[in-house]
Design a protein around this ligand. Sequence first.
Ligand SMILES: [Zn+2]
Length: 458
Amino acid sequence: MSTLRFVATLFLAALLLSAPAAAQTTSPPASDTRILEIIDGVSADRIEADIRTLADFGTRNTFSDTLSTTRGIGAARRWIFDEFEKISEECGGCLEVFYDAAEVFAGGRVPEDTWVVNVVAVLRGTDHPDRYVIMSGDIDSRASNTMDAETDAPGANDNASGMAGTLEAARVLTQMGPFSSSVAFVGLSGEEQGLHGGRGLAQRATNQGWEITAVLNNDMIGNSRGIDGVVDNTTFRVFSEAVPVPDYQPDRWSYRTLGGEVDGPSRQIARYVHRIVDEYFLNLRAIMIYRLDRFGRGGHHTPFNNAGFPGVRIMETHENYIWQHQDIRTENGIAYGDVVENVDFDYAKKLTAANAAVLASLAWAPPPPPQVRIAGAVQPSTTLAWDRVESPNVAGYKVYWRDTTSPQWQWSRWVGDVDQYTLENIVIDNYLFGVAAVSPDGHESPVVFPTRQFRPGR
Ligand SMILES: [Zn+2]
């Protein structure tokens, strides 16, 4: 270092030392190397072992054997429970593991009244124990006929892959705590029979007043060889609803006059996933799909959305229907069946790592700012206002904006620990806006889109 540079550094250091309240005026770092550690910690070998174990239960159909120790849904859920307990032992008992059971009644794809049983493991947050970031996979599987509880249905990709990813994310994140918010790792059941497990857990969350930042529902994260002939292990899809269904009611938010048709809370989670993957991954990209789910099909994020919680579906980009919901058989030279041999474990590892990175960032971040409001009609500038987040984990706020046609937030400004900010000479008509809360180490809440107008000074 030259003498001149050394003197300049000393001078700068002195300036910084004398600056008042530096924590509130300095922008937190944009990235956190602990996230890279998390990504590196995810193991394709352990994911493979778990997928093999789950497939070896023969069938995990919701109506399969519950008493056997080697075959059926009962054995599978008890193994998952024990696995969470083992993970918990490795972190000094840091997980609360429990069964979440709901009775479902005969009708539709339910041949007889039964209990649908989920397995839940909670890593309790230090600042916000009742606020949850959730990763889910499914326990159950199906043969060609959903009502067939006897035929082998290994469900290696659908959805042992999502379940194995959830277990592996729990292994890695329990070694990286503590987190500000709680992280829940969830195995849901009864998916193929009509999304019963997700409905049950969403009901529990509602009854117990859980605040949910996001549900990351993983359903098929291990197939990289598509029915369309494309082999791709560098992208994945994030499905998200545009806005919650009740908000479509005209008295909730005036979409036609104020905008916001593509800015519901679940869509902000999809953007968050996209941002984190761009920030921390090489050679992996999240593709946002502007739909609740695939055309005419469903998944376990939807019952959470129906209950008013933000959530997305994460899955492979290219599905293969020959290896999905099919009895294992060969017909006209085509080998059908969702068997372990078709799963790409390295790809499942990437998608698991993407989940873990997003979970960690959200759980280290403050809750999203409440009551975000906007003003600026017939003005040269746009003003955003919000209520401060009640949390010891807030350094300040970041204002985002983008062109109305852009899928991603394009610009942002760190504005410090304030509850109002004016973007000078940014005309409100030409952009969409949002606000995020930021922790001292730079982790951001999801962006909140303003759904209320206000008049500055009031
Ligand atoms: Zn399925």
